[in-house]
Design a protein around this ligand. Structure first.
Ligand SMILES: Cc1cc2nc3c(=O)[nH]c(=O)nc-3n(C[C@H](O)[C@H](O)[C@H](O)COP(=O)(O)OP(=O)(O)OC[C@H]3O[C@@H](n4cnc5c(N)ncnc54)[C@H](O)[C@@H]3O)c2cc1C
Length: 321
């Protein structure tokens, strides 16, 4: 089922999850254990991130060597498992960076054969490597370009014109939104205009970057509505679990950690930080659900312990079965 249908048909709050594939050569077993843990909570859909190749410098006896490496392949295989073994709707992320439009089309064809009906169209971060585009091939630049390509396929228009018997694909397309603005955008208003472009191009819902203060989410939603964005905006949350997160999360995701949360974490013993993060996230979920937000998305990546604690804690509110 499409994400948008899940949202429309929901009779109770929906909690969805996002996972990251293991590093190249890594064992899938631990991710399968995470899947076993989280499927108990009946998520309507599970997102799997995607990763393009990046530049890595390695020190070797012959000097420093530059290598181009795709650290985390596996999005397609994991999505196939989620969709067809766990019978949960998989949402693969599709990137513009690092992939030609031709590769994207092939990927979308593989997904449609697997019965996957949802994708999150994302530009991807600058990995320091810009893949050369072979002659005769082309590349999307922004996430909006990618949305347009998928919409074209949904209308039966593939890259090769005059394909005989071209079947329209049937993807529900999600895109990103940044309540504290994307780091490259000059301001939130401009950034939201580009979200509007993605929605006007055919995106059916938005998932937000993580935030730790619900006020920034509600402000973002208000501004999006004023701009004429009327699709669902799913809040994305990440449970803070370590003191290092106080530095890494703002550094990597360009978001703010509120004073109260940071002060509490700084003052606590390391072994208590996860409980503080779980309690904070529980209160965020409570605040969102109390304002009739129908769905919350958790970035859990590869660790199910904090989300299990949170789901136990949330039962107190009797809002989630
Ligand atoms: C929900 C979510 C999931 C993610 N999943 C992944 C993942 O799986 N893999 C991964 O590598 N990264 C992922 N990311 C991170 C994402 O790749 C980065 O934040 C990236 O820098 C931007 O991607 P985007 O799709 O938001 O880009 P876009 O929507 O294309 O926007 C990027 C920037 O360009 C600006 N912009 C857009 N259109 C124009 C235009 N026409 N002219 C000028 N400026 C413009 C925007 O304001 C913004 O500053 C995810 C982020 C989120 C929020």
């Amino acid at each position: 089922m499409k994400v948008i249908e899940h949202l429309l048909k929901a009779t109770e709050p929906l909690i969805s999850f996002e996972l990251i594939p293991p590093k190249r050569g890594g064992d899938i077993k631990s991710l399968l254990n995470v899947l076993d843990d989280i499927t108990k909570y009946r998520p309507p859909f599970i997102d799997i991130t995607s990763h393009s190749a990046e530049v890595i410098y390695e020190e070797t006896p012959g000097g420093i060597q530059k290598k181009i490496k795709r650290k985390r392949p596996g999005t397609l295989g994991i999505c196939a498992l989620i969709q067809n073994k766990y019978n949960i709707d998989a949402v693969p992320h599709i990137l513009t960076k690092g992939f030609t439009r031709e590769e994207t089309e092939d990927f979308l064809i593989e997904l449609s054969y697997l019965g996957i009906e949802n994708v999150l169209a994302i530009r991807g971060d600058d990995s320091g490597y810009s893949k050369p585009i072979p002659q005769g091939r082309s590349a999307n630049q922004t996430a909006c370009d990618l949305v347009k390509q998928i919409v074209a396929m949904n209308n039966g228009r593939y890259l090769e014109e005059n394909l005989l018997d071209a079947r329209p694909s049937n993807f529900c397309i999600g895109v990103s939104g940044y309540p504290e603005k994307h780091f490259e955008a000059p301001n939130l208003k401009t950034d939201i205009r580009y979200v509007k472009d993605k929605v006007d191009a055919g995106a059916e819902y938005v998932v937000t970057q993580m935030f730790y203060d619900n006020k920034v989410y509600f402000n973002f939603v208000d501004q999006c509505r004023q701009e004429g964005i009327n699709v669902p905006i799913i809040p994305g949350l990440k449970i803070l679990t370590s003191k290092a997160h106080l530095i890494n999360i703002p550094k990597n995701f360009y978001i703010n950690i509120p004073d109260d949360l940071a002060d509490e974490v700084y003052a606590s013993k390391p072994e208590h930080v996860m409980d503080i993060g779980v309690e904070w996230a529980a209160r965020q979920v409570e605040g969102l659900l109390n304002k009739n937000v129908p769905s919350v998305h958790f970035y859990i990546m590869q660790n199910s312990t904090p989300i299990k604690k949170l789901m136990d804690r949330l039962k107190l509110f009797k809002q989630i079965a």
